[in-house]
Design a protein around this ligand. Sequence first.
Ligand SMILES: [Zn+2]
Ligand SMILES: [Zn+2]
Length: 388
Amino acid sequence: MPPKNRFAELLPEITAWRRDFHENPELLFDVHRTAAKVADLLRGFGCDEVVEGIGKTGVVGVIKGKTDAKGRVIGLRADMDALPIIEATGLPYASKTPGKMHACGHDGHTAMLLGAAKYLSETRNFDGTAVLIFQPAEEGGGGGREMVNDGMMERWGIQEVYGMHNMPGIPVGQFSIRPGALMAAADQFEVVVTGKGGHAAKPHETIDTTLVAAQIVVAMQSIASRNVDPLKQVVVSICTFRTESEAFNVIPQTVLLRGTVRTMDPAVQDFVEARVKALAEGTAAAFGATAKVDYQRGYPVTMNAPENTEHAVKVAQAVSGRVDADTAPLMGAEDFSFMLNARPGAYIFLGNGDTAMVHHPAYNFDDNAIPFGSSWYAGMVEERMPAA
Ligand SMILES: [Zn+2]
Ligand SMILES: [Zn+2]
């Protein structure tokens, strides 16, 4: 079955919204122009309720079906924020703000969900309530968490949530998804190692902080290779190693290490956090130094509920007939995970064709994906809340 004919008709209009968002990118929670335009459009479609300022700058639109016999409520989510990247696409609608760019396709996600909102407002061919969620600050700010903490799920009685992300390298119109863990939890940690600085020619009078920190870096490689079950995914990367001195002849007093941990399983995440602390503190102690560890949990695992994933696959199948329902998980992270921790649901990838990868300065969302994405969003509502 081809994408809904209505979205073929709406394509020029949805494309124009997408390109307007692309030209006017905004970062993190500072998505005031984007959110205002989203809210205006939702009101224009005749949504039953439009509320701004959820999770700081998020927008929620509510559309009631023709009937509401079963009290069903389904949430659909898109993200609105851009990235601090200098755009290099050369497009006529390229970013007007140097240093800000829609390089992750959130312009496309927002436009596709607006398209679905317009269609659902016109047709209302479902039994229940559709809640359209437009979130700020996906790129590191935890906007999804803010909306959940703002009581969004309870306020609108949302029972299930569905989200989507475009993906370069997958043909346009093809979907990919998997039940269970789809994307990783991303944590970060900082270790401050303190030894005893001094003259590099008198190392015996110092506790060489550089040597201690180097031992900590090496010891942490054993977490993935020796501590975690080889069949479970884990990444421990130490990315910053900074001494307080740039001299050739000074043993520094302190060294700063920074790194990231990616895991797919909450039990592994707990275990790795404990190992990072134990290895840093224990290794430092063995040399007579100290290590202070600050471990921060970031986005949790993006966990697709099996039953909801089956429905997502069914709808994708109906939209294009091209679905990889057992795609490999990614070690990247996604803050829709906070919504999936609050309610069962599923997150799906939609092909963006042979473009530059997301977060690359030459990336662009492919507007040909719009009918597929809008159809999937709308299809989830009609599939999960069929008209009585
Ligand atoms: Zn991104
Ligand atoms: Zn993204």
